[in-house]
Design a protein around this ligand. Structure first.
Ligand code: HEM
Length: 433
């Protein structure tokens, strides 16, 4: 099943038939998808993801500390930090190198207040913010190219400039991706054959069907991938993994600020958890003990489903509800609706993490569709849970996060994804009751 049909806008952007999420070619989707699944869904990746998520959270918290006023408080827009955090994590998890988007934000915020960071950076931050912003612009450009017909984009004077700017941005960004791919190719070439290679997604895409490959795919796909093919899967994974997880994190912070009893129970779980953990490293197995943390995460994602809709485009005729639906029918699946159905959930509008702790009901039978379902289910679901558990556990164990204006209404927007466009928070060391 495809998600979207063949769209000329995607062809003009030169992204049709590539990658996964927007790929209308089922055969090439299947081939590309296995790189993501194999890279992100193995137990060794989960173990690695816990260690690195922890490092990234601690690094971000150090920046917050550095940016605090004399009274130990730091007021900021959490939305920006969340998106920078997931940018660093997804770039690291797919290529072995992060782009330092969080650090770049820290340096920029301090500079705007005529301050300098306590520690001098050893990283190249020149392109971090530009790359981060360029990815966002690419996403908006994709909507623009899908929604606005070609003749309007190309011939209406006020739209043709926008059209050109989106293409210019795409060229700049894709060039950056190509540099990343080429650099890794070089590193692999210079790695002696008896030395094992890093097992990230980029490396497995570069080495497939070469003499450095650990496996072969099938007869049909027996050639190495070109830079262009690799880029298609890489940028889509970055885009899919950035905003979704970042948005969900900010939703969780918002809910915890509005439900003090739930926050108190969360803290009880975290205090016991970290006391038991002692000096040991956080690992995947220990993370599974955070059942209330996970219940909060699931409940917030059910209530404010980050990706409220998904789609399927049929490749053959179907019979559904007694009607015949021709090939190429576009089905829109209302994930938010399923997550709020009165038939499926007890009091669906109530924010109730406890519904996930009912031992009498198997969780597998819960109609939880936040990550979609079937063969095209989100391949980043496990990573999302790891990242968010690390973020919530480490931050809420050590810090207090208050909303600057508790009475402010929810500032959400919805363009395919649901997001906050601003969440002003006050961050300070945790006050133990
Ligand atoms: C809160 C976090 C996330 C949410 C709510 C979410 C949600 C979704 C949903 C609803 C879909 C469509 C599934 C379907 O059509 O059945 C999807 C697809 C996808 N997601 Fe996620 N996602 C999240 C995080 C991630 C992360 C962290 C990654 C990457 C590491 C990722 C990569 C992808 C990709 C590549 C697809 C396309 C899969 C395909 O077409 O085969 N997602 N996601």
């Amino acid at each position: 099943m495809r998600r979207v049909p063949h769209l000329t806008g995607l062809e003009e952007l030169d992204i049709a038939g590539k990658g996964v999420a927007l790929n209308h070619n089922v055969n090439s989707w299947k081939y590309n998808r296995q790189f993501i699944s194999r890279a992100l869904l193995t137990p060794s990746f989960s173990a690695y993801a816990v260690i690195w998520s922890q490092r990234l959270v601690e690094e971000m918290m150090e920046f917050w500390k550095d940016a605090s006023n004399d009274d130990g408080c730091f007021e900021t827009d959490l939305v920006e930090w969340a998106h920078r955090f997931t940018t660093d994590s997804i770039t690291h998890f797919t290529t072995g190198k992060k782009i330092h988007a969080v650090e770049a934000l820290h340096v920029e915020l301090l500079a705007s207040k005529n301050k300098i960071p306590k520690k001098c950076s050893t990283n190249n931050l020149t392109n971090a913010t530009r790359l981060f912003k360029s990815i966002r612009t690419l996403v908006i450009g994709i909507y623009f190219f899908i929604i606005v017909p070609s003749w309007m984009r190309n011939y209406l004077p006020f739209l043709s400039n926008t059209n050109k700017n989106y293409l210019k941005n795409r060229d700049w960004l894709f060039n950056k991706f190509d540099e990343i791919i080429k650099q890794r190719r070089k590193e692999i070439e210079h790695t002696p054959r008896d030395q094992p290679l890093r097992l990230d997604m980029l490396t497995s895409m570069i080495t497939i069907n070469t003499d450095r490959s650990l496996r072969k795919f099938d007869e049909e796909h027996c050639k190495p991938l070109t830079d262009e093919e690799i880029r298609g899967t890489l940028w889509e994974t970055w885009v899919a993994g950035m905003d979704t997880t970042a948005n969900l994190f900010t939703f969780i912070v918002y809910y915890l600020a509005h439900y003090p009893d739930i926050l108190k129970r969360l803290r009880e779980e975290l205090d016991q958890f970290f006391e038991k953990l002692g000096d040991r490293q956080l690992d995947y197995k220990s993370l599974s003990k955070l059942v209330y943390t996970e219940a909060i995460l699931k409940e917030v994602s059910r209530i404010l489903t980050p990706a409220p809709y998904t789609a399927r485009n049929s490749t053959a005729e179907d019979v559904l509800e007694g009607c015949v639906w021709p090939e190429e029918t576009q089905y829109i699946i209302n994930l938010h609706g399923i997550n709020h159905s009165k038939e499926l959930w007890d009091k669906p509008e109530k924010f109730n993490p406890d519904r996930w702790l009912d031992d009498t009901k198997s969780e597998k039978l819960m109609p939880y569709v936040v990550f979609g379902g079937g063969r095209r289910v989100c391949p980043g679901r496990k990573l999302t849970i790891i990242e968010l558990k690390c973020l919530i556990a480490i931050i809420y164990h050590k810090l207090d996060i208050e909303l600057v204006d508790e009475k402010a209404s929810l500032k959400t927007r919805f363009i395919l994804l649901r997001s906050f466009y601003d969440l002003q928070v006050r961050i300070k060391s945790r006050k133990i009751d």
